[in-house]
Design a protein around this ligand. Structure first.
Ligand SMILES: Cc1ncc(COP(=O)(O)O)c(C=O)c1O
Length: 368
């Protein structure tokens, strides 16, 4: 059986070359593996132009482990974090901060509204005790793009520190540490780099990380300890995800060969355009206007036709070789289709054809 195409933003469809890179076993103490880790970390910094003031701390686990590690390590126990909230991953940050016992100020937005600079400015002016802002770049719950560069400049102008959840944007959307000040930026192996899932990473400002000794509530999630140990030994603390790191090395090689972030962004934009134009031609409506839509994942309104049922839609499109996501909104019925992974626009054109044939089979005729 051939693999289904994952139209989900991580895990996502990986190339044959990336899968092949997992054929070897690596010793976690072995110099060859240490060299592999060091080369991956060095490239992860370069991708965000962050080699001058930041260090890369890789961490075992899914992306959320690294979000929790970054917040728990970089925010002091007496810190206070402003979270502009326009979606489910922003809400996850709030939940993590509550678990960690860090003070949090939630700046609630509609899920279709990008993080608002004026409101962030007012919130920072109103409360000088806020030490950090935690900002999701692309809110994958809807696919909305937040104005990260402007937020970073604003936060720095207030003398506060910025922690960025760039899980679904890093390595595709522009992020340049030389012009965009941040204390921590969180990403993962299995998103726009098109590796396999299992490793997170934090690009941390070196001085802030050095000053973070003793902040973390957790041994396993203490980024400062992870980094210091790696500095001393070249090794990971605790068992590393060896095959994930090897796959990531290969995925980064392919990424650089193909032209890095500009080329990746261009391919994702072409994917997104093929998807959205095909779905709109059928009658589907996107949740977001094009002006705030990131080319990462698109949320569509479910057809209001009584013949439509997401579970049935999912099964039938799965039978045709495509895996999609349910929506993540609580009040509006939606579904989501991802544009990222080792796929080009022809795959999205085929996916749209598959949606059309499933809708015909199900007898769905009203799309909005
Ligand atoms: C913006 C964002 N933050 C955090 C996460 C959490 O990552 P994970 O599901 O790998 O724990 C994701 C996952 O898709 C994400 O898109």
């Amino acid at each position: 059986m051939t693999d289904a195409i994952l139209l989900t933003p991580g895990p996502l469809t990986t190339s044959a070359e990336t899968k092949a890179a997992m054929q070897s076993d690596w010793g976690s103490w072995d110099q060859a593996f240490n060299t592999l880790t060091a080369s991956v970390c060095s490239d992860l910094l370069s991708i965000a132009n962050a080699s001058a003031e930041h260090v890369c701390v890789p961490l075992q686990g899914s992306g959320t482990f690294s979000v929790e590690a970054a917040l728990g390590t970089l925010v002091p126990k007496k810190g206070k974090v402003l979270v502009p909230d326009n979606g489910s991953y922003c809400k996850r940050i709030v939940k993590i901060l509550e678990y960690l016992g860090r003070e949090v100020v939630v700046l609630a937005h509609a899920e279709t509204e990008p993080a608002n600079l004026t409101r962030i400015d007012e919130a920072l002016r109103a409360d000088p005790s806020i030490t950090h802002v935690a900002q999701v770049h692309c809110e994958t719950g809807t696919g909305i793009l937040n104005p990260l560069a402007e937020i970073a400049t604003l936060v720095a102008s207030h003398g506060r520190r910025l922690i960025i959840d760039a899980m679904s944007s890093y390595a595709a959307l522009p992020i340049d540490a030389k012009t965009l000040p941040f204390d921590g930026l969180i990403a993962a192996s299995g998103k726009c780099l098109e590796g396999v899932p299992g490793m997170g990473l934090v690009l941390a400002n070196r001085k802030s990380l050095e000053a973070s000794v003793g902040n973390s509530h957790s041994l396993a999630l203490d980024l400062c300890d992870q980094w210091q140990y790696m500095q001393k030994t070249g090794q990971w603390r605790y068992t590393p995800p060896t095959h994930v790191v090897a796959a990531l090395r290969s995925a980064i090689d392919q990424y650089l060969r193909a032209g890095g972030a500009p080329a990746r962004l261009a391919r994702y934009q072409a994917n997104c355009q093929a998807l959205v134009s095909g779905m709109r031609a059928m009658g589907f409506k996107t949740l977001l206007p094009d002006t705030v839509q990131a080319p990462i994942i698109v949320t569509f309104h479910s057809p209001p036709d009584p013949a439509y049922d997401f579970g049935e839609f999912y099964r039938r499109i799965r039978d045709r070789g495509f895996i999609i996501y349910p929506g993540k909104l609580t009040t509006i019925d939606t579904f989501r289709i991802g544009c990222i992974g080792a796929i080009g626009p022809e795959v999205l054109v085929n996916a749209v054809s598959a949606v059309a044939s499933v809708m015909r089979e199900m007898g769905v005729t009203r799309f909005s």
